[in-house]
Design a protein around this ligand. Sequence first.
Ligand code: GTP
Ligand code: MG
Length: 195
Amino acid sequence: MKIKTAVFLKSATHHIHYPKNDLPEIAFIGRSNVGKSSLINTLVHRKKFARTSSTPGKTRTINFYEINGEFRFVDLPGYGFAKVSKRMRKEWKEMVEMYVRKRNNIKGVIVVLDVRRKPDELDELLYKWLGEEGFIYITVVTKADKLSRNGLSRQVVVIKMSLHIDELITFSAVTKEGRNRLWGEIRRFLCANSS
Ligand SMILES: Nc1nc2c(ncn2[C@@H]2O[C@H](COP(=O)(O)OP(=O)(O)OP(=O)(O)O)[C@@H](O)[C@H]2O)c(=O)[nH]1
Ligand SMILES: [Mg+2]
């Protein structure tokens, strides 16, 4: 994908602050600190476009980015950040559920996982929920550069089996592995159900 323009539109916690839903949106969802914002930066060939941090819980609002004036990337706040209070976890759930309910322009969801972690019940719940909501989604396991080739193959099997999925994309913001393949999927999302 040739990136002509990539613009940060706005941050929102409530639907009244969302941009107009006049363009298709691709949402990025996953645990805190897995590398969602870094993945967006890799896709648009920019280092500091979406804010990243080594401290989990950096993205706490829903961030809308407009690409080529044609579609948007939506960086959702990370879930399962151990240190947050119960109240904040509830806020996360409400924020993400509100986004999903209020938008009829979501064309696909990119689920981002850290390749080194075995999915747990929170991740399983997310997949169950995505299925129930009827979303088209793809799984991206990132930080692939942190494992050896053998370690990577082993983890891919573990993740596929835990989540009962057949397909995933291995990705790295460091080596850029998986970038073209993911763009291919995003293009497919945008074309498949454009109305
Ligand atoms: N080695 C390596 N580090 C990565 C990769 N992707 C992200 N990181 C690092 O992981 C940390 C978290 O990355 P973010 O992109 O901020 O993660 P996030 O999922 O947006 O986190 P929250 O906004 O807190 O939910 C940062 O220190 C990144 O530099 C990758 O592919 N390889
Ligand atoms: Mg983030």
